[in-house]
Design a protein around this ligand. Structure first.
Ligand code: 3PG
Ligand code: MG
Length: 404
C-alpha cells in the first residue's frame, strides 16, 4: 500500500525540486558503502536507490560530482577504492562515470570546473582522508571548491556528522536528494501518523542495541512483537530458562519495564511461545535442531529461530495491522535452516496490504534475498541511520539542510 500523500507534508526540508540546477555543478553525497566481493559490487541496492536523484539532476542540466565513503579505511587503501562502484553505476545509468583519483585539491577542482551539463564524475573514497570523519571545516571547504550547490542523498550516512554529510552544507546551498526525502517520509510517517492498528516487529541479536528503539516505539504502537536473540532476554525476565541461548541477563530489568509498559497500557505484546533450538547456532547445529515450547527449552540447546505457533501468531497480527514496521531478524537467518521465521515474516508482510516499512541492515537484506523488496511500501537503505531516526534522534546530515 502506498504512503498517504499527506505524509509528504512531514518533510519540510529544501529538496532538489526547489533548486534551479541548470548549468550548475552539484556536489552530491551518496551512500555507496556497498558490499564488495572479488573487487566487484555484491549488492547494488544503495546504488540503484540513488539513481532518481542523479538522473533528475543530470536531466535538469546540472553536472554532477558524486562523493561517498566505502568501508572504514585508515588512510588510503586500494581495496576500498570506489572504482568497482563507479563501474557498476556507469552500467546502471548508461553513461560514463569518470572516477577522480582524489576527493579534494587543485586537480579535482580543475576537473570539476571542466565539467559540462550532463557530465557525471565520482570522487575517490572520501574516508581515505581522516579529516572527513573529524568534520574538519577546512576539509569541508576544500570539498565544496568548484561546486555551486550541495545535495545530500546519503540517508545511510545521515547519522554521521562528517565533512561530506554535514560540514560541507556550511559552504554551499544545501538540498535534500529524493532518496533522503523518501526515507524520511516513510520512516517519519510511521512514527507521526501511523494508520492503526500499528504493529512493530523487532528482532536482532541483542536487546542492548534495540532498547532506545523500543522506548520510542512502545508509546506509539498497538502491538509489539519481539523475536530473535533479543527475545531471549525477555523470556529470561519472565522466568523462563533459555539454555545456551544468546541472552543479556544484565538487561532483564529493562526488558521487564518494556513488558510492563506495553501490557499496562492495554497493548499487545507478542513474545515467542515456541522456538527452534539447536546444539549450536551455526550450520553444524542444524541436524540437531527441533521445536520446543518456550518453557521446555533443554539446557544444552540454544534458541535459533521462532517456532510455527509463534509464526501463526505473527500471521494473525500482521493480517490485522494497517501499519507494520519491522527491524531485525527473528532468528539466526544467515544459517538457511534457521531463517524460516525471518522469511515468513517477510512473506506475510509482503502480502498483507498494510503500509509496510522495513528498517535497513539485516531485515532489508532478508527482504532483498527473498525477492520481496518491491512488495513493501519502503525498505530503508540505512541501518544505523534508520534506527536513530526511529529512536527519535536528530540526524546531523538532515539537520544541516535548511527548511523549504
Ligand atoms: C552504513 O553502512 O552503516 C553507512 O554507510 C555508514 O557507515 P559507517 O557505519 O561506517 O559510518
Ligand atoms: Mg554502520
Amino acid at each position: 500500500m502506498p504512503l498517504a500523500a499527506s505524509t509528504a507534508a512531514l518533510f519540510h526540508k529544501r529538496t532538489i525540486r526547489d533548486a534551479d540546477v541548470r548549468g550548475k555543478r552539484a556536489l552530491v553525497r551518496v551512500d555507496f558503502n556497498v558490499p564488495l566481493e572479488n573487487a566487484s559490487v555484491a549488492d547494488d541496492t544503495r546504488i540503484r536507490a540513488a539513481l532518481p536523484t542523479v538522473r533528475a539532476l543530470l536531466k535538469g542540466g546540472a553536472a554532477v560530482g558524486l562523493v561517498s565513503h566505502l568501508g572504514r579505511p585508515k588512510g588510503r587503501d586500494p581495496k576500498l577504492s570506489l572504482a568497482p562502484v563507479a563501474k557498476r553505476l556507469a552500467g546502471l545509468i548508461g553513461q560514463p562515470v569518470a572516477l577522480l583519483d582524489e576527493y579534494v585539491g587543485p586537480e579535482v577542482e580543475r576537473a570539476v570546473r571542466a565539467m559540462n551539463p550532463g557530465d557525471l564524475v565520482m570522487l575517490e573514497n572520501v574516508r581515505f582522508h581522516p579529516e572527513e570523519e573529524k568534520n574538519d571545516p577546512a576539509f569541508a571547504k576544500q570539498l565544496a571548491a568548484g561546486f555551486d550547490l550541495y545535495v545530500n542523498d546519503a540517508f545511510g550516512t545521515a547519522h554521521r556528522a562528517h565533512a561530506s554529510t554535514e560540514g560541507v552544507a556550511r559552504f554551499l546551498p544545501a538540498y535534500a536528494g529524493l532518496l533522503l526525502e523518501k526515507e524520511l517520509v516513510a520512516l517519519g510517517g510511521i512514527l507521526d501518523q501511523p494508520k492503526r492498528p500499528f504493529l512493530a516487529i523487532i528482532g536482532g541479536a541483542k536487546v542492548s542495541t534495540k532498547m532506545d528503539v523500543l522506548r520510542s516505539l512502545v508509546p506509539r504502537v498497538d502491538t509489539l512483537a519481539i523475536g530473535g536473540g533479543m527475545a531471549n532476554t525477555f523470556l529470561l525476565a519472565m522466568g523462563r530458562e533459555v539454555g545456551r541461548s544468546l541472552a543479556e541477563p544484565d538487561k532483564e530489568t529493562e526488558a521487564r519495564l518494556v513488558t510492563d509498559e506495553v501490557e499496562g497500557n492495554g497493548k499487545e505484546l507478542l513474545l515467542p511461545v515456541d522456538v527452534v533450538a539447536a546444539p549450536s547456532a551455526d550450520a553444524d547445529g542444524a541436524s540437531g535442531a527441533a521445536t520446543y515450547d518456550v518453557d521446555e527449552v533443554p539446557s544444552h540447546l540454544a534458541i535459533v529461530d521462532v517456532g510455527p505457533r509463534t509464526i501463526d501468531r505473527y500471521a494473525r497480527v500482521i493480517g490485522n495491522a494497517k501499519t507494520i514496521f519491522w527491524n531485525g531478524p527473528l532468528g539466526v537467518f544467515e544459517v538457511p535452516a534457521f531463517a524460516n521465521g525471518t522469511r515468513r515474516v517477510a512473506e506475510l508482510m509482503a502480502s498483507s496490504g498494510a503500509t509496510t516499512v522495513v528498517g535497513g541492515g539485516e531485515s532489508a537484506q532478508a527482504v532483498e534475498e527473498a525477492g520481496l523488496a518491491d512488495k513493501m511500501t519502503h525498505v530503508s537503505t540505512g541501518g544505523g541511520a534508520s534506527l536513530e531516526l526511529i529512536e527519535g534522534k536528530t540526524l546531523p546530515g538532515v539537520a544541516a539542510i535548511p527548511d523549504r
